[in-house]
Design a protein around this ligand. Sequence first.
Ligand SMILES: Cc1ncc(COP(=O)(O)O)c(C=O)c1O
Length: 352
Amino acid sequence: MLFRDDLLSLAPYTPGQTRPGAIKLSSNENPLGPSPRAVEAVRNALDGLNRYPDGASRLLREAIARRYDLDPTQVVTGNGSDEVLTLIAGCSVRPGVNAVTAANTFSEYTFAARLFGANVRKAPLREGRFDPEALLALCDQSTRLMFLCNPNNPTGTYLTHAEVERILRLAPAETLVVLDEAYADYAMAEDFPRSLELLKKYERLVILRTFSKLYGLAGLRVGFALAHPEVAEWMQRVRQPFNNGNLAQAGALAALEDTEFVARSLQINREGMERLTRFLEARKLVYYPSQANFVCFHCAGDARVLFEALLEEGVAVRPLNSFGLSEWVRVTVGAPEQLDRFFAAMDRRFNG
Ligand SMILES: Cc1ncc(COP(=O)(O)O)c(C=O)c1O
């Protein structure tokens, strides 16, 4: 049998690990659990499981469009933003072209581009940040995609509005610029990109969002793209007909309206982030200032060793070896009692 041997070098995704009984701070999940309104809507939708879902996810797309003051034709939903990434790559790349991203970022950009045969070029981060000049320098006439992770997973750093706009102005005309804003809901910096404003100006911008983080619905699998209608139409061409199930559509729709849960999620993140950074500073640990729901810190040694030691103490964090940052660890902003456990485990590890 003949298979595509170019897929042999495609590394399988490394998920955040945990073990029974441990506190999981390894996958940037919402520590409050799922949106209660979403849970109720999913329960109410259970009796309709004999029916196929609405293949166009019409109600959900309309609600998202209203939220962002766009037309529903500009919204493409998927089975998590993971799937949306493959829709973008599926309609834009082929063998012989390339995609550009950073060396230390979310692995699914490489997966999506390579799945459809494209090469991936990676620019080093600069002080933990995406480097606009290095990214632009990697582009040529065969660059069809650029993936920007903003804030960046795993460093939590961000590109400013001006930097993203500069990339949109200077990248080759044939390049779609994908701005993955999975964590943008948490960002508070004044110069954080106003991406919707940029979408009105630049047709080649694709914004990616997800219900997995702020809305606490990682297990439901709903993400979406906001794009120019023509770009969205191309993405729809490569989408499977029923990619969001009944429960996913109902849950996401209800979560969008759960303003109380969103407010609590943002508050717990703000307070937890403050405690986490104070803790790291007090221990003189080097970390990147983060705009997300996690922090990335330097552990002066193989991150897997610290990971194992903390897991022994019942706390699962993310060693960043698979991101190419083998001396860095990423920890999700947990609930107050989870952070207490993390601080205690760290102190036993470093002082004990
Ligand atoms: C930067 C980034 N983009 C996208 C995703 C995938 O999100 P989803 O659960 O919507 O597939 C993640 C998940 O961790 C992420 O970190």
